[in-house]
Design a protein around this ligand. Structure first.
Ligand code: ZN
Length: 287
């Protein structure tokens, strides 16, 4: 499992070993970026950890800066999101189930650590939550067939696709307006490689606001599965190593509540996916 830790924009790479130990792998000399994933970095890292993992420094709780987890990968070339990919979410959004994947982007500057505060953007009144399974691309993908698609996956991570519904839906398009604010893409706590996840198409997922259950589903409810998404996206764009594909959110977002409910300063958002860990964010006003 890959982690990154330390102050924002100064994160160091680390790994979580099977016994739960968090190891600083800075001495390996590479961070988790396009060159890493595209250059067979996972294999090289595994060999490095086997040789040096026992003697490498632990990530020590209590050391200033070292305990914050950053996003589990470096800023990617793109964050591609899938819209309306769960039946119940399409219904609560008042939209038809799409015939092929609906695609939109998040600005890569929205990326942040899994437990960083959520900043409610300036002039926002409808900041909303979306627990999602994120897929991290491991190998350049262009015109990939469905049966080879999973060969292009480096791993999986938990993602909260924060969304400002006014910006997204009432400000003249495109959805990217409401998806791209700073802190709108907490990713992690870690990237789990495919060998860690027996079936990414069958993972329980949940999200609470102030301890109250808002979303509860399973990735088996995805309308378009992971292989279909990777293949489909690769017909429209080249996916680069390290790119993020966020596969969509199930029902239970604030927009779909009666009456709708949105986040306010002080709210605590917790979420998780089986095998991919948990996140916790506290909402703060833009200052
Ligand atoms: Zn989403």
């Amino acid at each position: 499992k890959l982690i990154r830790f330390g102050e924002p924009c100064k994160e160091k790479p680390g790994v979580i070993l099977s016994d739960g130990a968090r190891v600083d792998v800075s001495a390996f000399g590479r961070d988790y970026d396009e060159a890493f994933f595209g250059g067979d970095g996972l294999t090289a890292l595994a060999a490095w950890v086997k040789a040096h993992g026992a003697s490498a420094p632990r990530v020590s709780p209590g050391t200033p800066g070292d305990t914050r987890l950053g996003p589990c990968i470096c800023r990617p070339s793109k964050i591609v999101c899938i819209g309306l990919n769960y039946r119940d979410h399409a219904a609560e959004s008042g939209m038809e189930l799409p015939k092929e994947p609906v695609i939109f982007f998040k600005a890569t500057t929205s990326l942040c650590g899994p437990n960083d505060n959520l900043t409610i953007p300036r002039n926002s009144v409808k900041t909303d939550w979306e627990v999602e399974l994120a897929v991290i691309v491991g190998k350049r993908a262009s015109y990939v067939s469905e049966d080879r698609a999973l060969e292009h996956v480096a791993g999986y991570a938990l993602h909260n696709d924060y969304s400002e519904r006014t910006f997204q839906l009432e400000r003249g398009g495109q959805w990217v307006k409401g998806k791209s604010c700073d802190t709108f893409a907490p990713l992690g706590p870690y990237l789990a490689t495919p060998d860690e996840i027996a079936d990414p198409g069958n993972l329980d997922m949940w999200l609470n606001v102030n301890g109250e259950k808002r979303q509860k589903s399973n990735t088996s409810n995805l309308v378009f599965g992971i292989a279909t998404l990777v293949s489909s996206l690769s017909q429209f764009m080249t996916l680069l190593p390290g790119d993020v594909i966020s596969t969509g959110t199930p029902g239970g977002v604030g927009l779909g509540m009666k009456p709708p409910q949105f986040l306010k300063p002080g709210d605590v958002i917790t979420l998780g996916i089986a095998g991919l860990g948990e996140q916790r964010q506290v909402a703060r006003a833009y200052a």
